[in-house]
Design a protein around this ligand. Sequence first.
Ligand code: C2O
Ligand code: CU
Length: 508
Amino acid sequence: GLSVAAVLAPRPPTTGALLTSEVPLPMPFQVPLPLPPVLRPTEQASGVDRYELIQRETTAEILPGIATRVWTYDGIFPGPTIESRRGRTARVRHRNELPVPTAVHLHGGRTPPESDGYPTDLVLPSEWTDPHQDGHTGGPHGSHVHDPRAVVTRLTREYTFPLDQRAAMLWYHDHRMDYTGPAMWRGLAGMHIVRDDVEDGLDLPHGDHELPLMITDRAFDAAGQLAYPSLDPTLRDRPGVAEPYLAGVLGDVILVNGAPWPTHDADTGSYRLRLLNASNARHYDLQAVAEDGRTLPLIQIGADQGLLARPVNHTSLPIAPAERYDVVLDFAGLPIGSTVRILNRLGTGTTAHIMQFRIVRSAPASTPVPERLATDLPTWHRSEASVTRDLAFGVGRMGDRHGWLIDGRAFDPARTDVTIRLGDIEIWRLVADVHHPIHLHLVGFTVLSRGGHQPLPHDAGLKDTISLRPGESAEIITRFDGYRGRYLFHCHNAEHEDMGMMANLEIV
Ligand code: C2O
Ligand code: CU
């Protein structure tokens, strides 16, 4: 791997291209919060739930009065929410009616490799002719350099998700090589909630007091369409940068479940917020502020991969692309008619607001969050690790182009980067030049250290994505079990991923 000094040498901007919308934007907190419908199985048999989803283009009224073209799962953005019981297999058949090939990945799923949505394992549309019609990002490959042995194409595709894993909120999204950023930006993302008996045994807010919240940023061009640059204008003409590349696409409109800065009517009870940052590149630092100026505690009960052992209280909670936090927010004692705003401490102007709750009725006091939550968390110890790896995430040159690289290399589907023995426990030491949210497929991990110190409070629990800050290192530990085969790890800044910051791990 690269040394820390080498990876830190070039200091590209930590932010990406901030796009400014060219249509009038609504006032915040006017649009009601939508909740994506729960997808009904087409068939339920012994241990298996079958689903069908059609990927298609449609228009959506995201901004009031404006019709915006979106790419969707089943005609809506976000896609329908899938709810599964731990251990029941979900078989999801996707039909692609979009103008481009796609690949569906269940983020956080313990999925066999053939259903993991490998970036060259495509669902082809029936009328696909031109590979360059859909806004190529100018990735480090410069063209479609696919390993022909790796390309599998079908017109429909059934993905099998055994979901033999802890209750958690997973999400599904597009993962096609070089095009994940533009495809997610256009709308290809949905939530998938796994439930189990451990969770049922705890008296957590549920029903209409449990809200899945997918946070994304977007920008709209003068015609009201989603703006997406093919290259990052902020990186043009920089000394030492021979050609523009993408540092990350940021919009000035914050959407929750597809609605701009929505508002939701609540009672004085407790709410379980299943937070997901499905933005391409934007980080948030979330804070709940009551109308009297008081900051309400965000009581974290779960991480990416399910419940914590004990709740952790936060006054604000940083959330990087692809991360999930499960938090309880209690409105007890707030006056009827008052509001609570979810703010983004990293935002300015329009991006400082996320959404609002309006307290409209009283409710009996909620039961407090249990002191003990999950008892089924894995406890891997340093001494059990058979391998320690160093992996450096940073910008670099790829031939005559810039790219986002792992250990100096851009993604190549034909190359195995890391070979792991099935069942082994490994420690990975990760180091980043700028913000990189690093995600591993298949496994959940725990954070051993961050910046050479103890993990931060929000690192608690079982994670599948860790947000590295500029210049920061971290150690994570996990056991690679479940399946043999080829999986990925990558940066979940979608533009970094498309520009090469992804690698293959092979479990043998
Ligand atoms: Cu959210 Cu490789 O994925
Ligand atoms: Cu990155």
